[in-house]
Design a protein around this ligand. Structure first.
Ligand SMILES: [Mn+2]
Length: 462
């Protein structure tokens, strides 16, 4: 890790040397990690009086890099992506200073530019997020930026890096977040929505963890709480939330949930974990809980309004309220997408063969939501362990966006999707446990055939 940090410092020094009065160009990925990464740089540069021009993108490819080459900026930042287009950066951004702050695996190509990526130093892409690298860059630029560490945690949570506890570089960032006094870390219920959902809804709507009699059953959840002697409503007739419970009630609830999960396959302690909250926010604010904050940013990105996310990260109240409104729409879109899937099982749109599930949503699910929907689906408990779920949706420009997730399988999804998509003249990649790709709509049937072949072979060999 120290080698990585000294390499990063070299990059910061070169950046400082090359600064002028001209604006710095920042490009960021469109997801929660990309938006928090960009916000960190924007805030840090603002503090130094550095002007910026920012845009965000679903992915970066040769076309975008080529366009950038025509712009007159001298310094470019790629955050949470860019390591996949090193070749094109070499080709089209010659003579400019380019800083790539990315954590994805990449093909190591010689470059004059500054590819600041922990993979170079043998550190896995799960140990730090794009926002984490952007944060370390900012902190090195000015120690004052330590107060932005919470944004790095939001990025890491957005990339699911907290699932089995933060490691390596992320741990260092957690320490900064504690030291800066912004973030509170407590062991608590590991369910999504602790700030925004009433308690009975919180425990019944969890897709991370299945609790018999409670998951998907609000009435059951209410009864469960009442049986424990935990009031569902307060004296004013308002539904209580997790933070309204006293310590004794919370302990009782956690124990009872663990007991009811004893026979299930997931580890009972999945339901408790670190809960990260922002001290300065009021209870009940969506952005108080870093998990919910991260989802808010994802919603802004997926619905193509990343600036609302950046505004929220920078602390702008109006942007935040607009982002909340957007989050509502986002949830409704996801719910109707899930409903489409449930009502299309056993039709030609969904193939279910052994442990392979192929969902061809065509125009019925937004391409920007297909990955999220797929993730929720894999956590919902409807498919058995070891299942691989491929979801496909049409894009506006006649391509198909593909998402590949598994239900607790160790198979490297990223290499599977890469191999097939490249064979079909498309692109594919991602992480071992969450991968995706893009192919032309003309390859729809060919893709389905290829993936069926490929995964059946995988299944036998595993
Ligand atoms: Mn990322």
């Amino acid at each position: 890790m120290n080698n990585f940090l000294s390499y990063l410092k070299e990059g910061v020094d070169i950046f400082k040397k090359n600064l002028s009065n001209e604006p710095v160009r920042i490009l960021g990925h469109l997801d929660s990690d990309g938006i928090s990464s960009s916000s960190i740089l924007i805030k840090a540069f603002h503090r130094e009086g550095i002007k910026i021009v920012y845009s965000s993108h679903r992915q970066v490819d040769e076309k975008i890099v080529k366009e950038l080459g025509k712009e007159t900026y001298k310094i470019y930042f790629f955050v949470d992506f860019g390591s996949n287009v090193l070749k094109f950066i070499n080709e089209h951004l010659n003579g400019k200073k380019v800083f790539i702050l990315d954590h994805h695996k990449f093909e190591d190509i010689k470059t004059e530019h500054h590819n600041i990526n922990q993979n170079k130093f043998g550190i896995d892409d799960n140990c730090v997020s794009g926002a984490g690298i952007a944060y370390l860059f900012a902190r090195c630029l000015n120690p004052k930026n330590k107060d932005l560490s919470y944004l790095a945690l939001i990025g890491a949570i957005g990339d699911n890096q907290d699932k089995s506890g933060f490691s390596e570089i992320n741990k260092l960032i957690v320490n900064d977040a504690i030291e800066s006094g912004n973030v509170d870390i407590k062991i608590g219920l590991n369910f999504f929505g602790a700030q925004s959902k009433p308690l009975h809804k919180l425990i019944s709507s969890s897709t991370d963890s299945f609790i018999p009699g409670i998951t998907g059953n609000e009435v059951g959840a209410k009864k469960f709480l009442e049986d424990l002697g935990i009031e569902v409503m307060d004296k004013n007739g308002q539904y209580r939330k997790a933070f309204d419970l006293n310590k004794e009630e919370m302990n009782k609830l956690i124990t009872a949930i663990m007991i009811s999960k004893i026979d299930s396959k997931d580890k009972p302690d999945d339901i408790i974990g670190n809960v990260y909250t922002l001290k300065k926010e009021e209870n009940g604010e969506t952005v108080k809980d870093l998990k919910e904050f991260s989802t808010l940013l994802n919603a802004c990105g997926r619905l193509n309004l990343p600036s609302l996310g950046v505004g929220t990260c920078l602390g702008d109240k109006n942007f935040k309220l607009k982002a909340y409104e957007l989050l509502k729409n986002y949830k409704n879109e996801i719910i109707s997408s899930m409903n489409w899937i449930y009502s299309n099982r056993n039709t030609e749109n969904i193939i279910e063969k052994n442990k392979l599930i192929i969902i061809n949503a065509k125009n019925n699910i937004k391409d920007t939501l297909i990955g999220t929907v797929n993730s929720i689906l894999c956590k919902s408990g409807i498919f058995s362990d070891g299942s691989l779920v491929v979801s496909m949706a049409y894009t506006l420009d006649d391509n198909i966006k593909i998402s590949l997730r598994s239900v607790n399988s160790e198979i490297d999804l990223s290499s599977i999707i890469n191999e097939i998509c490249v064979k079909l003249n498309g692109i594919g990649g991602g992480h071992p446990n969450a991968a995706g790709g893009l192919i032309s709509i003309s390859k729809e049937q060919e893709f389905i055939k290829e993936i069926m072949n490929k995964l059946n072979i995988q299944e036998i060999s595993n």
